[in-house]
Design a protein around this ligand. Sequence first.
Ligand code: ARG
Length: 460
Amino acid sequence: MWGGRFESAPDAIMEEINASIGFDQALFRQDIAASKAHVAMLAARGVVSSTDAEAISAGLDQVLGEIESGGFNFSRALEDIHMNVESRLSEIVGPAAGRLHTARSRNDQVAVDFRLWVRDAVDQLDGQLRDLQLALAETALAHAGSVMPGFTHLQPAQPVTFGHHLLAYVEMLGRDRGRFRDARARMNECPLGSAALAGTSFQIDRAMTASALGFDRPTANSLDSVSDRDFALETLSAIAICATHLSRFAEEIVLWTGPFFGFLRLSDKFSTGSSIMPQKRNPDAAELVRGKTGRMIGALNGLLIVMKGLPLAYSKDMQEDKEGVFDAVHSLSLCLAAVSGMVRDMTPDVERMRAAASSGYSTATDIADWLVRRLGMPFRQAHHVTGRIVALAASRGAELEQLSLEDLRTIDPAFEQDALDILAVEKSVASRTSFGGTAPRNVETQAEAWLARLRDDRRG
Ligand code: ARG
């Protein structure tokens, strides 16, 4: 392509380190769409004749067909997707194909192709996130009143409901979708026509190509357009945060499906066996969601490090921007599908959850609250009195629910019958009616609100 100034072919290792076709062929659709928009604009501005533009456009459609049907022969000597497409175009169209590269460069070409690819990826992930939110909200509604232990420090803290726990993830995923939406809005400016770095002397119409490709407007600074990859970084950041949410849930699935917790069961569809231990049912999908989060966070770190030392404008380092993004998008998509699958597959053991919720003195805070409410005791003192009640239960190897009124009165004679009533975990969760609290009525209202929102607004 630049043979004019060169006398010999590149060294084999030069070709190998330089080539990106092995991975950037994933951009073929975007590359061809951007080229078609570009040549149509060049024709509209009289920079190329409409005859040439039509031949080029038809040729590009043919290239697209060849790649889609698997009949295209990618060449490493041609480095990347841009030159592979253009070279094949010149075989089809002849010398007129050389007019396509007027008023542009591979620098703005790759910038526009990659933005288009990332924009599509964000839209696809949004649909998958919505689907997972639906699965979680549906299960949450069904289990708005199923009591389970709530944990802090992985120790029983206060009873909550399973539905409330699941809705916590619906909220997180809602914010994840917001992050993707924000990234999308900022990336939706078209760099095409920035050329190598300085713009072009041709009288091009950048607004025309921008709108043809579905962008809100053209980018305003040609140097910025070909230099920055913040759209990829923002997307990777949203991916890393979202993956971190999924990973925490995956960790809970791993714990809860194990024999010590036994809160959840995954069917054979989402369990694997051991080649040596016949009793095992391993939650491999959840473990892999947790594991793959590492590479998604790694992709964000990797690209930040690639970018941090680069002077403006383009440097070839930036070719390293793609594989991490492709891999992270693919990984998140797979994880979202796996978590949705597990949520729809899982069966909670509500008996066991309820039993676990009433162990570990989980309603101690309710006694302290009773002392405050009924006797006007300062909370710190109530905390102390309740601590003595817990110690009494512990000395007998009993749970709080098993204590009698006489037992309570040995600690404080002012206790009354209704203090015993609050010790049941159902009473405890039902009393948490503060906005955002775990009371089943709240959980039902929130789950229904989410479902209505998710069902009617396809973009959340
Ligand atoms: N394959 C290159 C990349 O992905 C395309 C841009 C090449 N530009 C250049 N000046 N060599 O970044």
